[in-house]
Structure formats: structure tokens, C-alpha cells
Design a protein around this ligand. Sequence first.
Ligand code: ATP
Ligand code: MG
Length: 568
Amino acid sequence: MSEPGSHFLRTIIANDLKEGRHDGRVQTRFPPEPNGYLHIGHAKSICLNFGLAQEFGGLCNLRFDDTNPAKEDVEYVDAIKEDVRWLGFSWGDREYYASDYFENLYRLALNLIESGNAYVCDLTADEIRSTRGTLTSPGQESPFRNRSVRENLDLFTRMRAGEFAAGSKVLRAKIDMSSPNLNMRDPVLYRVLFAPHHRTGDSWCLYPMYDFAHPLSDALESITHSVCTLEFEDHRPLYDWLVERLFPENLRPRQYEFARLDMTHTVMSKRKLRELVENNVVSGWDDPRMPTISGLRRRGYSASAIRTFCENIGVARANSLVDVAMLENCAREELNLAAKRVMAVLEPLKLVITNYPPDQYEKLIADNNPEDPSMGTREIDFGRELYIEQTDFMEDPPNKFFRLKPGGEVRLKHAYIIRCDHVVKDADGVVIEVHCSYDPDSKTGGATSGRKVKGTLHWVACNHALPAEIRLYDYLYSETQDVDTATSGLLTANLTDYNPTSLICHQGWVEQSLLDATPEDRFQFLRQGYFCLDSQASALAGSLDTGGSLVFNRIVGLRDSYRKQGNR
Ligand code: ATP
Ligand code: MG
């Protein structure tokens, strides 16, 4: 992990500024293809591109790389904008679309033809592939490679006019069929495709390839540093070849590659994430188990926790696999300081305090965060009938069980010490109520509260608690991948087996103060982890009377060690 402030891109930009390159400007871009929702890998790229621009007094553009009409949609454009904004970055008025450059790109292609650097080729896609050669043998030149400039201009113009069938003709760069870099063996720059585009409609039946559109869009936007992931390293010679032929030196962007983010237990590709949505493995792109930005947001992650994570993982030139626990830790550290402590019972067991008067209630004082006294206190209701966790009572416990057992004593958090006197069972012998007596002199903070017992339990008061569905999440994939160091850090395995217990819902109870919670509030449920109100599923508090219920998502557990028990 690199120290903040020390990665190679910062060094390069600082150096370029010192040497007056690019007229002393820094301009980056984040170029998503609107064919899915953004994931945490994109967050790394967003933080890097917008972050570098901010740091060096430059600008960062948002550019939709929408050159492939088949897979793209405005739903994705809107979601991407929302996610970038939510992460805390602003592109000002620089919202661009590669499709807005279709006319400019077409003119640049004509320039290339005129300078003898591109030709129209009639080979089929299969023929182009089979004449491309291999890593060890050169490719063969196309029989159409030496068409005259005039013929090429005529054919390309007619390709645009829709005179040729899809797949019958392409425009190729005229570079070198024996180049050791396969991307330089006369790559395809344009193809004929009769498909409507979500922005340009039916205006075009000729679409540029990514390798043509991307560098030239960068140059058209006066980008200085075009930062992308390592897969594009082998495309850089083509990137340079194109901008060198079509733009003057001071307007030529330069491409730099960094390692993509991959995370344990996580798939990180829009295509695979779309499969999860389409196969109903998850409830949508924003399912709280998804590694999408919208999923993490709904799960309860804050933008600042994600930004901290992106800074902490650093920017390197070699692929590696980041432990998802690092992301969880970023959330946990922030929540530990900021989250209000409250009580909620996930799997309720009724507890009756037999020596507490029926119909009597009292208000107790609870601190909101022992880490931060400035967060103050609140009142909680205590009464004769409470809920505790089923797992906090055992009729026949092993040694060292410091929770409640027959004849044993525990403290109820913020309240009294109680002793278990007897249990009530149903016809099957299952304990359905625990009857206790309380020590009125043992009130927390009271004058005679000095008496110590080993266990402290959380609880809520039956007649005051609010019904809540409490959702616990685990990884979508219980297995994880490995990185193969021999193949420069490519992942060795694809994740395929879904974890059947990635979502567990409990019908429980939360203390009354949560009536005013909003999805932006984050809480620690004592002993259970950090939670937030689900922004999609929660009934409005007003509908609780009519059978509605609050829905809470667990963001992360309290400690990393919980993970080892499959309990995040
Ligand atoms: P996916 O395979 O998930 O669809 P992509 O690279 O095709 O990803 P784009 O929309 O083209 O998705 O990506 C926009 C930007 O985000 C690109 O600059 C890309 O390099 C970057 N990016 C994509 N995935 C990651 C990742 N895992 N880590 C870091 N940056 C990424
Ligand atoms: Mg892509």
C-alpha cells in the first residue's frame, strides 16, 4: 500500500507542471460507458481522476463513452451522474458524450484517409481475425490495403450514407501487419451498424470503435492526463499513433495506466453484475449486497468511507487483490466515532420482571456514544415486560456463559441487575418467557449501583419498542479468488457459487427513539453492529400503526473477527 501523497501519477503530474508540459494545465476525465451501474472499482477511478484534478488545480470532465449503441441506456447515464455526485465530486458544466463528437470523429477519420493512414476494407470480421496473425507470427496484409485515397474517401462517405450492409465494410488504420503489438496490425476504426443510438437516434449507421473514439475524444476535450486501467497498456501505441497524426503536440493527451481494483468475495464487472440483476440473484443494482456505489449507499456506506478506502488502497502499477475487510474497516472506523448507540433486539425472547409493578414505566438515561460525550444522552423506556435476544438466554449453558441462565444474574444495559427465577415453556418444551426479579437499588448511575455482575444484555421495552425487519448481509460469494503472481496479478478463478445465506432477515424490535430515523442516520445497535434505515423498503413511521415495519440494513459488524464466524 502506498502512502497518501506518494503514488506515481502524482509524481508524473507534478513533474509535467514543473516542466511546463500541456501549457501548464491539468485536465483529466472519468469516462464510463453507460451500460450498467458504477461499482467500487469505478469509485477508485473517480477518486483518482477527480482527486488529481482537485489536487493540482485542474479540471476533471465526466464523459460518457457511448459509442456502442446496442448496450447503452439513459437509465445508466442518470444513475452514473447520481453516483459521482454522491461520492462528492463535481464536473461543473463539463458533461460530455462521445456521441456528441460523432461528426468531429468522422472528419478526423477523413483526415486519416487523406493522409494515407486509413483504408476501407471489405474483409469480413472472421477474415480480419484469421489474417491478424498471432503473438509469434505476423499478420497478412488485406487485399484492400492499397486502395487509392480517392476510392477510400468515396467508399467511407458511402458507408456513412448507408449504402453498405452491416459487416460488409470497415475502416482500418494502415499501420503494420507485422507489428509485435497486435493492436497495431491495421486495427478497425469504424464499422457499419444499423442500430439506433440512445442520443443520436437514427442519424448514424457508422460507429467508431473504442480505440479510435477514446483517444480522439480525449484530445477534443483537451485532456492532458488520460488515466485508465492496465488492460489498456497494449493499446497505448495506437492511442499515441492516432493523436500524433491528428493533433498538434501541445494538444496531445498522454495515457497512463494503473492497477484496477479487485476485491475478495466480489465480482467487479458490469456484465457480471448485470447477470446478478437479470437472474434475480439480487433485488436490483442497488441491492445492499452489490458492490455497486448505489448498493453500498443503500447498505449504509458513507461517501467519505468509500473515499478513504480509495485513498488507502493506493495507486500502483501491478494488479493485486484487496481484502474486502479493508473496505469494511473504513466504514467501521468512521461509524465507531459517529454512530449513535441504540438498542435493538433481532430475535426476541420475552422477559418479565415479576417484582416490577404492572403498568409502571420509567424513563432511563442512556449515553449516545461513550466515545464522544458531546453526542449527549437520550431517554429510553423501561417497564415490566421486555424483549432480550434468544441467544442471551440458555437454560442449560456451558461453563463461562456470562449471559442469562436460571438462577444467574446479569445487568440490563442502562438499567438494573436482574436475576432469572424461572422459565415458561410451550407445549414443545421451547422457552417462550423468562421470569426474573430486579434489584431496585442497582440502577445504572444510581447511588448504590456499585454491585458488579459479569454479563450486560441489551433489551427493549415491549410496549414501547417499534417493530422492525433487520437485515443481515454476508458476501454474495462465500468462496474467494486468488491472484496469480505469475500472470501479473490476474485473478485465477471466477466466482460462481452464490452464498445461500447472503441475506438473513429478522423480525425484531428497536427502541422508540428510532421513530425519527432517516436513511442518512447511522446507528450502532449495541452488540449487533452498525445499521441504517433501508431507503427503499422502510415503511414511513406513520404507517407503523397499520402493520408497517421499519427496515434496517446492517452496514458492518462490530469487529472484523465476526467475519470468521460468517457473521459480518
Ligand atoms: P466493467 O468491466 O466493470 O464494465 P469497464 O472498464 O468496462 O468496467 P467503463 O465504464 O468503461 O467500465 O469504465 C470507466 C472507467 O472506470 C474506466 O476508465 C475504467 O478504466 C475504470 N474502471 C473500471 N473498472 C475498474 C476497476 N475495477 N478499478 C479501477 N478502475 C476501473
Ligand atoms: Mg467497458
